[in-house]
Design a protein around this ligand. Structure first.
Ligand code: 8DG
Length: 198
C-alpha cells in the first residue's frame, strides 16, 4: 500500500492540539495522528466498462434515462460482475443498453473517478468498438443516437469527457484520474497518453 491512494487538497487548518494536514479527497480532515492509518486505507474500488461505438466520422452515444449519470449522453457500460472478465462485462453491458453485439473490442483507456466525501473509487475501462452486429435500439437505460465527431454534445456530458475524447478520437491510448465535487465540478485531474494498457 502507498500514500498515493490519497490526494490532499492544500487546505491547512488547526484542529484541537493536533494539526490538520489536509482535506483528503474523500472529504475527511486528516490530523498528524490520523495520517498513517487513514492514508494507508485504500479506497473501495469498483470496476466499470464504457464502450464507445464508432463508424466513419460518427459516434454512437446514449442518453442515460435513469440512475447514475441520468440526463447525460455517454458511451455504454456499467459494473463488471464477479463471474466475468472486464471485456465480457463490456460486451454484456453494450448489448443490454444498446442492443448491439460487439465483434471486436480494443481497450483505449482507463479512467479513475473519485467523488469528494465518498470512499468509493470508480475504475472505468474504456473500449473502442468499430465492429458490431445489430442496429441501436432504445432500452430501459439508454436512448441511442449517432453524433458527428465534430458535433459531440459536451455540454450535456460528464465534464471530464471533453478532456479525454480528443485523445480517443485520434486513436491515442490514455490513463486519467478525476476528483469530482458533486457531479459537475472537477477539483483536480491528471490525464496522460500511454503506449500500453493492462
Ligand atoms: N464518459 C464518462 N463515463 C463515466 C464517467 N463516470 C462513470 O462512472 N462513467 C460511466 C462508467 C459506466 O459506463 C457508467 C456508470 O455505470 P452504471 O452506474 O450505469 O452501471 P450499471 O448499469 O451496472 O449500474 P446499475 O444502474 O445497474 O446499478 O458511467 C465519466 O465521468 N465520464
Amino acid at each position: 500500500m502507498s500514500f498515493n491512494n490519497c490526494r490532499c487538497l492544500i487546505q491547512q487548518i488547526s484542529y484541537k492540539q493536533d494539526r490538520v494536514l489536509g482535506l483528503c479527497s474523500r472529504g475527511v480532515y486528516v490530523t498528524k495522528k490520523q495520517k498513517l492509518s487513514y492514508f494507508q486505507m485504500p479506497a473501495t474500488r469498483k470496476v466499470f466498462t464504457l464502450a464507445m461505438v464508432r463508424k466513419t466520422n460518427s459516434l454512437l452515444l446514449g442518453l442515460k434515462k435513469k440512475g447514475f449519470g441520468e440526463g447525460k449522453w455517454n458511451g455504454f457500460g456499467g459494473k463488471v460482475e464477479k463471474d466475468e472478465t472486464v471485456s465480457e462485462g463490456a460486451v454484456r453491458e453494450l448489448e443490454e443498453e444498446s442492443g448491439l453485439v460487439a465483434k471486436c473490442l480494443r481497450k483505449i483507456g482507463i479512467l479513475e473517478f473519485e467523488f469528494a466525501g465518498d470512499p468509493v473509487l470508480l475504475e472505468v475501462h474504456v473500449f473502442d468498438v468499430t465492429h458490431y452486429e445489430g442496429e441501436p435500439v432504445e432500452t430501459e437505460e439508454m436512448l441511442p443516437q449517432w453524433f458527428p465527431e465534430d458535433g459531440i454534445p459536451y455540454d450535456q456530458m460528464w465534464p471530464d469527457d471533453i478532456l479525454w475524447y480528443p485523445l480517443y478520437l485520434k486513436g491515442t491510448k490514455f490513463k486519467g484520474y478525476f476528483l469530482y465535487q458533486g457531479h459537475d465540478t472537477i477539483l483536480e485531474y491528471t490525464l496522460t497518453q500511454v503506449e500500453h494498457l493492462p
